[in-house]
Structures are given as C-alpha cells and as structure tokens.
Design a protein around this ligand. Structure first.
Ligand SMILES: NC(=O)c1ccc[n+]([C@@H]2O[C@H](COP(=O)([O-])OP(=O)(O)OC[C@H]3O[C@@H](n4cnc5c(N)ncnc54)[C@H](OP(=O)(O)O)[C@@H]3O)[C@@H](O)[C@H]2O)c1
Length: 341
C-alpha cells in the first residue's frame, strides 16, 4: 500500500495557535473505491479561515478533527482514478488533505484546471477562492461607482489585491493599509492604490484614514475587523457600503480579548449598508468570475503576487506566520513538482 506524509491537528489551541498544536505522520493511503480519485499535491493554499477550523466552536466551515489530517484547497495531479470524469495526468483543484497524496472520495468537489488561463498557484488565489471572494464582495455588496473612495484593509493579501484593483477598474480612489513598508510600496507602485498607511506603525487608524481618505469612505472592504472596522465606520460617508469579508485581527483571540466595536450607531446615522458573506454561497459564479478576471490579467489590467513556501514540512510554520502578517501576497505551499506525467 502506498504511503504519504500528512499534517494532523494534534490539539486545539486556546488563544494563539502554536507549532505544538500540529503533528506530521506517515500514513497508508486507502485503496480506491468506485469514483474515487488519487491526487498528488503540487500546491496547497493556506487561508486565514483555517484558524477557525482549529477550534471546537461551530463556524461556517466544519471543524478539523483532532488526530485527523487537516484539509486545504490544493492543485494537484491525478495519479489514479476510478472516476470516469478524471484521468491520470490531469491537473485538478479542490479540497484535499494537508499531505503529499490524497484520495478524494467520489471525486467530490474537485474540478479540472484550465492551465491556459494562468500559472497553477493562481487557481488558489487570483482565480480561486480568494479572488472569487474579492469579486463577489465588490460586485454584490460594494457596488463601487466612479469617483468614490474605496478602503481595503490587508491590502496586499490574497483577497485585498484584487478588491483594490477592482476599485481602480471601477474608477474609484483606492486607499488601504498593510503591515510593512514593502507591502505598501507594492500596492501603490504595482497595483495602483492611491494612498495607504502602515497599520503596525500608524496605530491611530482613524487619524490615518482621515489623512489618506480626505473625502471619507464610500466602500469599505473589511478584512481586519476590530479597531480597523471601528475607524472605518467613524470615517464612513452617508450611504457607505461595508463589505464584511473577515476579521483577521480577531481570529487568535478568545472571549473578552476580542475587540468590541463601539460605534455601530453609525449604521443608522449614516445609513450604512453592512453585509457579511461567505464565498462558498457564491461558488456557482466561479466560471463567470474566472473568465472576467483572467481577461483583466491577460489585458495587463491587474497584477497578483503569490508567496510560495517550499515543502509540506514547512506548512504549519507558514500558516502561523500568515496569521501574523508574515506572508507577502497569497500564501501557497509548494508540495511537489509541477511537471505531470
Ligand atoms: N468571507 C469569506 O468568504 C472569506 C473568504 C476568504 C477570505 N476571507 C477573509 O478575508 C481576509 C483576508 O484573507 P486573505 O486570504 O486575503 O489573507 P491575506 O490578506 O493574504 O493574509 C492575511 C493578512 O492579514 C493581515 N493581518 C494579520 N493580522 C492583522 C491584524 N491584527 N491587523 C491587521 N492586519 C492583519 C496581514 O497582513 P499585514 O502585513 O498587512 O498586517 C496578513 O498578511 C481574512 O479576514 C479572511 O478571513 C473571507
């Protein structure tokens, strides 16, 4: 029986996750049953929402089980298939184990990758789940108009990069924040953001927003939550739209450590429309989204930065770093070679 390395959840964190919450083991792969597909991982996506899956508390994504391999969206090569829809040698994307090899039961949730559209890691970023998140949030909730001010937090990240560039395509003034000077330089010089601040050194968020967004905020793409959300509400214009995408500043905190936003009365005073969403509810739009965004990419209207860490053995450290801002662009783990047989 072939074996594979797998990364497991060893224990649930209480507060910040640490390396001791994870383990790696060598395990036998199960024999394929009808419709199963065996996949060799090439790239694995690391995403902030995985932090919630480590907890016992119920969320929109099922909790990881203690003692079982964690799962992630991966791009990989089909090595064996008892599923008529997939052949060995094809490249697919979908949920798999944190592992070198996985068996996808019934071939469920995997799709073929159209490698002509973009490099393979993009299917975990710009043309994958985070890109769809930015696209849906901007289109369905933000609805930016020419001349408006868009503010994007975590601007250099997997979601933020596309959200900001969509704002530019819509004719907005695009502002944002990120955690290092290199990230700020990237989003302004490469992605075309108009003004940004470093939220790690410029910690009076409201003063920073007042400085860089002199006309207030019309559309807020919220990735950070907590004090960042409070400042954006304070600086919002009447009829602003708040795209509630995530709250990464809060994910490693428990109970009273979480930030209590104090100015929600601005929702009615300023007639703000604030809406949360989960990208998986919009999965049916994947093809339409990919065609539009791949078109922008091909036309040179947008750029996208991927941050690759080599080796499954380095995935847990990279995941912990992602929660602390160590990634620069969409964080992906390279697990195996791109060359398919
Ligand atoms: N609703 C959905 O369906 C959906 C789907 C995908 C993602 N999301 C959410 O979208 C947000 C961005 O995700 P992503 O995949 O694009 O991640 P990402 O931006 O690529 O990586 C996370 C970034 O967040 C920033 N960050 C971490 N802690 C922070 C803090 N305390 N304050 C401010 N910034 C902090 C860091 O960048 P800096 O160096 O700039 O600090 C880090 O690089 C997350 O909140 C995620 O949960 C939601």
């Amino acid at each position: 029986m072939p074996t594979t390395r797998q990364v497991l959840l060893k224990s649930r964190p209480h507060g910040p996750a640490g390396l001791d919450n994870f383990d790696m083991r060598e395990a036998e792969l199960p024999a394929l049953a009808d419709d199963d597909v065996a996949v060799r991982a090439i790239y694995m996506s690391l995403d902030p929402y995985m932090r919630g899956r480590l907890d016992a508390e119920k969320s929109y994504a099922a909790n990881f089980e203690v003692g079982a391999p964690m799962i992630a969206r991966c791009v990989g090569e089909v090595t064996e298939s008892l599923n008529p829809k997939f052949q060995a040698g094809e490249v697919v994307v979908g949920m798999m184990d944190w592992a070198d090899h996985s068996v996808v039961a019934g071939g469920k949730g995997i799709a073929k990758v159209d490698a002509d559209l973009a490099p393979l890691p993009y299917f975990l970023g710009l043309l994958g789940m985070p890109g769809l998140t930015a696209w849906v949030g901007m289109r369905e909730i933000g609805q930016p108009k020419e001349g408006e001010t868009l503010f994007v937090s975590a601007a250099s990240g997997a979601v933020g990069q596309l959200a900001g560039q969509m704002g530019k395509i819509a004719g907005c003034k695009v502002m944002g924040c990120a955690g290092t000077d290199a990230k700020l330089a990237y989003v302004t010089e490469e992605l075309g953001f108009d003004a940004v601040f470093n939220h790690r050194t410029d910690t009076d968020y409201l003063a920073a927003m007042q400085r860089i967004c002199p006309d207030g905020i019309d559309v807020n793409f919220e990735n950070v939550g907590g004090a960042m959300l409070e400042a954006a509400l304070e600086h919002a214009n009447n009829y602003a739209r708040f795209i509630q995408c995530g709250a990464i500043s809060q994910y490693n905190l428990v109970g009273d450590q979480r930030y209590g936003v104090k100015n929600l009365e601005h929702l009615h005073r300023k007639r703000v429309r604030m809406q949360g969403f989960i990208v998986t509810d919009h999965w049916h739009l994947m093809r339409e989204f990919q065609v539009e965004v791949a078109g922008w990419l091909k036309a040179g209207q947008i750029k996208y930065k991927i941050d690759i860490t080599e080796g499954l053995e380095n995935a847990t450290q990279a995941f912990l770093g992602l929660l602390e801002g160590e990634n620069f662009g969409k964080k992906v783990i390279k697990i195996g070679p791109e060359t398919v047989s």
